[in-house]
Design a protein around this ligand. Structure first.
Ligand SMILES: Nc1ncnc2c1ncn2[C@@H]1O[C@H](COP(=O)(O)OP(=O)(O)OP(=O)(O)O)[C@@H](O)[C@H]1O
Length: 262
């Protein structure tokens, strides 16, 4: 039987299976009993009012949230069937499979080339030709190659905000992840740079599974396959994006997507 709030029930492969996930910052509970499946090659948008737990949730998927010392977590997140909280799982390995792009572009104060090869170098790749190959492939995937191919040794800070964000995407792609987490990746960008990133997401979803937090319902409607609505740390509803925006099951989702609150 279909769980009424969780109608993400097509037959695509499950990449993340979140089970009764709870998270506290100290004594404050930020995520409350989430049950949620994320499917392969879907773009899943997370929407909801400020403070409802969107960022906390996606940072839990690659355990970045645990960098905050007060965090306590219960429940399970199965990633391709393995609980990411298992002692046997190496967190570095998880983070290389589940890459992340943040709200503000955050390149390192290094050359464009050094930004892209940062992860692969840490993982022991030293061969210059291989690193160059990774750079070209990753920058092409991030739709930035043509704009920077003649100045790979220039500092990344000389790029525009939109280019910096695509560079951060290339840096994540250089690790050959399976999943890309994006935390409001366009909120610091102008409309043209935003459109470019959205176009890119549509292209990348052929190869990657994407989870994106967005404040823009228009953005969620334009680019996502599934939309999840969060409210005060709870997952209220997840379903096909069109359904969420036209005939949601829950009155609170309807009130939010029609702009009655938020
Ligand atoms: N480092 C932290 N320490 C303590 N509480 C935190 C921390 N980060 C977030 N919180 C709290 O957890 C709750 C969820 O925050 P979160 O940032 O995940 O929400 P959000 O939906 O992403 O918000 P926004 O849309 O404003 O970015 C909020 O009540 C917030 O104050």
């Amino acid at each position: 039987m279909t769980n009424p709030i969780n109608a993400n029930n097509d037959d695509k492969n499950i990449i993340f299976d979140v089970k009764d996930l709870n998270l506290w910052y100290g004594n404050d509970k930020a995520l409350k009993g989430l049950d949620f499946q994320i499917k392969e090659n879907d773009v899943t948008a997370i929407i909801g009012p400020s403070g409802c737990g969107k960022s906390t949730f996606i940072k839990t998927l690659n355990r970045m949230v645990e960098l905050i010392p007060s965090v306590k977590i219960t429940g399970e997140i199965l990633y391709n069937g393995t609980n990411i909280f298992d002692k046997s799982l190496r967190v570095e390995e998880l983070r290389s499979r589940v890459g992340m792009v943040f709200q503000k572009p955050n390149p390192f104060p290094k050359s464009i080339f050094e930004n892209v090869v940062y992860g692969p170098k840490i993982h022991g790749i030293r061969d210059k030709r291989k690193l160059m190959e990774i750079t070209e492939t990753s920058l092409k995937r991030a739709a930035l190659w043509d704009e920077v191919k003649d100045r790979l040794n220039d500092n990344a800070y000389g790029l525009s905000g939109g280019q910096q964000q695509r560079l951060c995407l290339a840096r994540a792609l250089a690790m050959e992840p399976e999943v890309l987490l994006m935390d409001e990746p366009t909120s610091a960008l102008d409309p043209i740079a935003t459109a470019k990133i959205e176009e890119l997401i549509m292209e990348l979803k052929k190869e990657y599974t994407i989870v994106i937090v967005t404040h823009s319902m228009q953005q969620a409607a334009r680019i996502s396959d599934k939309t999840a609505f969060f409210l005060m740390g709870e997952l209220i509803e997840v379903d096909k994006t069109q359904k969420i925006f036209t005939t949601p099951r829950d009155k609170r989702t309807e009130d939010y997507v029609t702009g009655r609150f938020g």
